[in-house]
Design a protein around this ligand. Structure first.
Ligand SMILES: Nc1ncnc2c1ncn2[C@@H]1O[C@H](COP(=O)(O)OP(=O)(O)OP(=O)(O)O)[C@@H](O)[C@H]1O
Ligand SMILES: [Mg+2]
Length: 314
């Protein structure tokens, strides 16, 4: 099956979740359990889409020294491994989960440094996938050291020139130039969009106004997520607020990534804005109910979609 959707992860990570009941600083701590997951935002998005039956490729950069976990994950998830191998090792991010104190401590490491040759190889892979019938490209996560802040903007322009649509989920220095290249879908959270606009977005009204500004700049669909507060989606003159039901959260890993996958999935089906908001939120809720970046069965996602409350915004 030729992939119709590819995601790009330039700054992948191995997620190491260690369970340490009663985690204490400045002391010896005993690890009760360890779990390793192939991580990185684009890889999560691709996994969720593959889980939903889409022919999906994961492109991007992986360190040659420790790529076995990723290769195994791609095979298991049933997606095409289109990642370029570069020198060095993919970073490991450590998540210390303390169930006794209900605390989570993250140690995020810097990733690989990418070279111009690495980027050229990735670009070539994307061109090859495009020639074989790519419809959507997801650009996800931060840019590694060594690549300019305009990297995503260039990739968006190249994709559009060949008729490929782009969904963007990034933050910080990479976000502004990428937005200027007008992706078809963008999913910042309220903090990320606020940082870009230089003002805090603390109410759904402020989020709606900000999302409308991006749509006015020529972005097709803007979805701004607000954690437990749900998400505001704007497309053309339409706007909705999708409110999740109260659910038990197993882990917040991948909630935003699942929403990106849900938005692409909805776009492939040509769903209207309300239905898009419903299914994208259900993807997030599905991820929240699983430990690590996983989704439950399709029937459960559909059940969750019914429980999402959609309000039209004026
Ligand atoms: N505690 C929660 N309860 C219910 N729903 C939640 C909760 N946290 C997140 N969600 C759902 O998941 C969606 C995306 O979450 P969030 O806004 O936290 O994304 P994010 O900040 O991009 O996350 P990520 O860290 O994965 O990038 C929300 O719009 C909401 O529907
Ligand atoms: Mg996010």
């Amino acid at each position: 099956m030729q992939p119709t959707i590819a995601t790009l992860t330039l700054n992948a990570a191995i997620d190491q979740t260690v369970t340490v009941p009663g985690f204490t600083l400045d002391a010896v701590n005993r690890v009760e359990a360890v779990q390793l997951d192939a991580g990185g935002k684009g890889i999560n998005v691709a996994s969720f889409l593959a889980h939903f039956g889409h022919a999906t490729a994961a492109a991007g950069l992986l360190g040659r020294a420790n790529d076995a976990l990723f290769a195994q994950h791609f095979a298991q998830a049933g997606m095409l491994d289109a990642c370029t191998r570069c020198d060095g090792a993919t970073r490991t991010n450590v998540k210390i989960v303390d169930p006794a104190q209900d605390q989570v401590t993250d140690l995020n490491f810097p990733g690989v440094t990418a070279s111009a040759a690495d980027l050229a190889s990735v670009t070539e892979t994307l061109a090859r996938l495009t020639a074989r019938g790519l419809v959507w490209l997801g650009l996800c996560g931060s840019l590694p050291a060594g690549l300019g802040a305009d990297t995503y903007a260039r990739l968006i322009t190249e994709a559009h020139a060949k008729g490929v649509k782009v969904a963007l989920d990034t933050s910080g220095a990479a976000l502004g130039p990428a937005l200027a290249a007008r992706p078809d879908i963008v999913k910042p959270n309220a903090d990320e969009l606020g940082a870009y606009l230089g003002r805090a977005l603390t109410t759904p009204e402020a989020v709606l106004e900000a999302a409308r500004e991006l749509v006015a700049q020529g972005i097709g669909l803007v979805a701004v997520s607000m954690g437990a507060g749900g998400a505001v989606l704007v497309r053309g003159t339409g706007a909705v607020h999708a409110r999740p039901p109260r659910i038990a959260v197993a882990s917040t890993v991948g909630a935003g990534d699942a929403m990106v996958a849900g938005l692409i999935h909805a776009a492939t089906l040509g769903l209207d804005l309300a239905a898009t908001a419903r299914i994208a939120t259900a993807f997030s809720l599905g991820a929240l109910g699983e430990i690590g970046p996983r989704l439950p069965e399709r029937a459960r996602i559909e059940e969750l979609a019914h429980a999402v409350e959609i309000t039209a915004l004026g």
